[in-house]
Design a protein around this ligand. Structure first.
Ligand code: SAM
Length: 285
C-alpha cells in the first residue's frame, strides 16, 4: 500500500495490529491470513470499529483482549470468514450422490426402516450445500428420505441463521437449481427484498443446523455415511488440513465417502482414503 493510500484510510492499520488479529484468528479457526489478505481484513473489520465507536485498530485489539473480548470474537470471526457458496456447486458430487451412492441406499432405507443414512455438511455456509443434498435425497429416495439425516455445521452464526431461514434470491435460484428440483422443493415468495425462493419443509426437515468450530470438540454421536467438507480446508494451513481429514476418517462409517473442494487434495492421507473420482474419496476400511 502506498503512503498516499495509507493517508486516506479512516483508521490507521498498523502491521502489529494486523499480525495480532491474524494470529488470533488462526489460533481460533485454523484460517491462515497472510499479508495478501491485509486489505481484505481491513475492509471487513472496519465496520466493527465504526459500530462500536472504537477509535483505532490498536484499541480494537485491546478490546478483544478485555472483558468483552469473548463476545466480540464471534463478530470478528463472522466478519472474517469467506462464505462463498452456491446450490449444486461442483455438481459432480451431487451426480455421484444421485447415481452411485443413493440407489443402493434406496433398498435399505424403507419407510419403516430403522436404518439411518447420515450426511454431514461441514462448513455449510448459508445452506445452499445441505439444501442441494436434501433435494437430491428427496428426489431419489422419495418419502423414505425422511429416514435420512443431514447435519449442517458452520462457525459463522450469521450464515447459520440464513441457512435455517432457507430463503434465497429467486434469480440466483433459477440459475443454479435444476428446474425439476425447483418445481418440487421450492416455493416463490415475495417480500420487501423482492422475489425470493423458499425451501419447502420436506427438504428443510431433513437438515439439522448447528454451530461448530471444526478445531474444537465434535459432540456428534455415531458415524456418517458421507461427509462434505468443501472449500473450507483451503483456508487452513497444511497441518490443520491433515489433522482434519484424519479426524473425519474417525467419523465415517466403513467405506464412507469424503467430498472435498476443487482446489483441495488428500494426497498426504492416501493411507486412509482411496480416490474414487474428482475430489471424491472413500475410506479404506
Ligand atoms: C467458502 S465457504 C464453503 C461453503 C460450502 N461448503 C461450499 O463449498 O459451497 C467456507 C465456510 O467454512 C466456514 N469455516 C471456516 N473456518 C471454519 C472453522 N474453523 N470451523 C467451522 N467452519 C469454518 C466459514 O464460516 C464458511 O462458511
Amino acid at each position: 500500500m502506498s503512503e498516499a493510500a495509507e493517508r486516506v484510510r479512516e483508521y490507521e492499520w498498523r502491521d502489529q495490529d494486523f499480525k495480532f488479529l491474524a494470529g488470533l484468528l488462526h489460533e481460533k479457526t485454523g484460517i491462515v491470513l497472510t499479508e495478501k489478505k491485509k486489505e481484505m481484513m481491513y475492509g471487513r473489520l472496519v465496520r466493527r470499529l465504526r459500530a462500536l465507536s472504537i477509535p483505532s485498530f490498536a484499541d480494537y485489539c485491546k478490546y478483544l483482549q478485555g472483558s468483552s473480548g469473548k463476545k466480540e470474537l464471534g463478530f470478528t470471526l463472522n466478519a472474517i470468514t469467506t462464505n462463498t457458496t452456491d446450490f449444486f456447486r461442483e455438481k459432480h458430487h451431487f451426480e455421484y450422490l444421485r447415481d452411485q451412492i443413493l440407489p443402493p441406499v434406496n433398498k435399505q432405507v424403507g419407510l419403516n426402516s430403522a436404518h439411518h443414512f447420515r450426511i454431514w455438511s461441514a462448513g455449510c455456509s448459508s445452506g445452499q450445500e445441505p439444501y442441494s443434498i436434501a433435494m437430491v435425497m428427496r428426489n431419489v429416495l422419495g418419502p423414505s428420505a425422511r429416514n435420512c439425516k443431514i447435519l449442517a455445521t458452520d462457525l459463522d452464526s450469521n450464515m447459520l441463521a440464513t441457512a435455517k431461514f432457507g430463503q434465497y434470491d429467486a434469480e440466483k435460484c433459477r440459475e443454479t437449481i435444476p428446474r425439476t428440483y425447483r418445481a418440487s422443493y421450492t416455493q416463490r415468495v415475495k417480500d420487501s427484498e423482492g422475489d425470493l425462493v423458499k425451501m419447502k419443509d420436506e427438504v428443510k426437515n431433513l437438515i439439522t443446523y448447528k454451530q461448530l468450530n471444526l478445531l474444537h470438540d465434535w459432540p456428534m454421536k455415531g458415524k456418517f455415511d458421507i461427509i462434505f467438507c468443501r472449500n473450507v480446508m483451503i483456508y487452513f494451513d497444511k497441518e490443520t488440513q491433515d489433522k482434519l481429514v484424519r479426524r473425519y476418517a474417525t467419523y465415517l462409517k466403513p467405506s464412507g465417502i469424503l467430498f472435498i473442494g476443487h482446489s483441495e487434495s488428500l494426497l498426504s492421507v492416501s493411507d486412509i482414503y482411496k480416490c474414487e473420482g474428482k475430489t471424491t474419496y472413500r475410506l479404506l476400511r
